[in-house]
Ligand binder design. Structure first.
Ligand SMILES: [Zn+2]
Length: 364
């Protein structure tokens, strides 16, 4: 017994050896994960790209996230768009009724610079009149200028719901719920698309611990062991929706939260011609696999739209141009891993920046 205890104590004190190098104890052992921010010594040329190479249509922005409260805020945004090369921003209000009317009014002075989209009414979904009510409100917003619906979100709690206000799991409104059929059909009739956020980054379904993929900054999004369907089950609601409404155009944002598996995503695109993607907020996903991402964007020209979803700072836009246009290496990123420029060719870049949006969105 004593012998075992002695052996364990000796083992605990012995320096660990990793890849032949002894690992010693030191101040870094007490460091908190959230404080870890290594500074790179790598000396490399850096490309400065304040303006995009071709005029850009940003297919994913929000009134709220862009801090838009007044018409003056909108005027300031237009100045930034001019400086950075963004011709038009698609703005999601996520609103219906008077809130939509108020938001669309903010943008009236710049009809060619913004396209404003409405939301989906999800009040009283058990009311027998709900399906027609939702479709009617969409038509009303369309007449006021809405040219799409977005962003609609189901991270597992049901459409436009969250952990705090979620209904019991079997009663949540899903993408493929028949009550939404008139709504999706109305989109096709009006020739306008929906932008949908389904599931979330797959790391949300993994424990918050030593093997968690994303930094603590993202732990607020974690869903591990929560009362939600799996990542795969949520993607299945997407696939059933796409099959059920072949005449409706759907843009699934953030690379449909499948940017970690571009082969599976390619498969889904091949199966559903009415599926389009936006790459917003997935800088970290493409930046860590630049060669695979470049092949993907080249092969799926006409199926992927550019979008930001990250506010409206000039430096934010510049980071995107650098990621997509330059061959810069080891660019600082938002998660653990640095990014590598994709160096997209001109036809792919043009398709991503604007041609796909001109084809898929309704500019009439
Ligand atoms: Zn968004």
């Amino acid at each position: 017994m004593l012998g075992t205890a002695l052996l364990l104590a000796t083992l605990a004190q012995a320096p660990q050896v990793k890849f032949g190098i002894p690992v010693k104890e030191g101040p870094m052992d007490a460091l908190r994960v959230k404080d870890y921010a290594p500074e790179s010594s790598l000396v490399l040329p850096r490309t400065r790209l304040p303006k995009a190479k071709f005029p850009v249509i940003d297919a994913h922005t929000h009134t709220s996230m862009s801090g838009i409260k007044t018409r003056a805020d909108v005027d300031a945004w237009v100045k930034t768009m001019d400086a950075t090369g963004v011709q038009t921003s698609i703005v999601f209000t996520e609103a219906t009724g008077p809130d939509f009317d108020r938001q669309i009014d903010l943008y009236r002075a710049h009809p060619t610079r913004f396209q404003v989209w409405c939301g989906l009414d999800t009040k009283n979904i058990d009311d027998p009149a709900y399906p027609q009510r939702a479709a009617r409100e969409l038509e009303r917003c369309y007449r006021l200028g809405a040219r799409g619906v977005g962003e609609l979100t189901d991270k597992g709690w049901g459409l436009q719901s969250n952990e705090q206000n979620a209904r019991p799991r079997t009663q949540r409104l899903r993408l493929d719920d028949p009550r939404l059929d008139p709504f999706w059909r109305k989109l096709a009739e009006l020739k306008i698309p929906a932008n949908i956020h389904i599931a979330d980054h797959p790391s949300c379904w993994r424990p918050l611990g030593p093997h968690q993929e994303r930094t603590p900054d993202f732990q607020g999004f974690n869903l591990y062991e929560k009362d939600v369907p799996s990542h795969a089950e949520l993607l299945a609601t997407r696939d059933r929706l796409l099959a059920r409404h072949p005449l409706t155009t759907f843009i699934f944002c953030h690379l449909s939260n499948q940017g970690h598996d571009l082969a599976a995503l390619a498969d889904t695109l091949d199966r559903h011609p009415n599926l389009f993607l936006d790459l917003s907020a997935r800088d970290y996903e493409i930046g860590r696999q630049p060669r695979a991402a470049r092949r993907f964007f080249s092969r799926y020209r006409g199926r992927v739209l550019f979008g930001t979803d990250m506010g409206r700072e000039p430096s934010m836009y510049e980071s995107w141009w650098c990621l997509l246009e330059s061959a810069d290496e080891y660019l600082p990123g938002r998660i653990w891993w640095p990014y590598y420029g994709l160096e997209l060719d001109d036809p792919t870049l043009k398709s991503l920046y604007r041609d796909t949006a001109l084809k898929v969105l309704n500019f009439r």
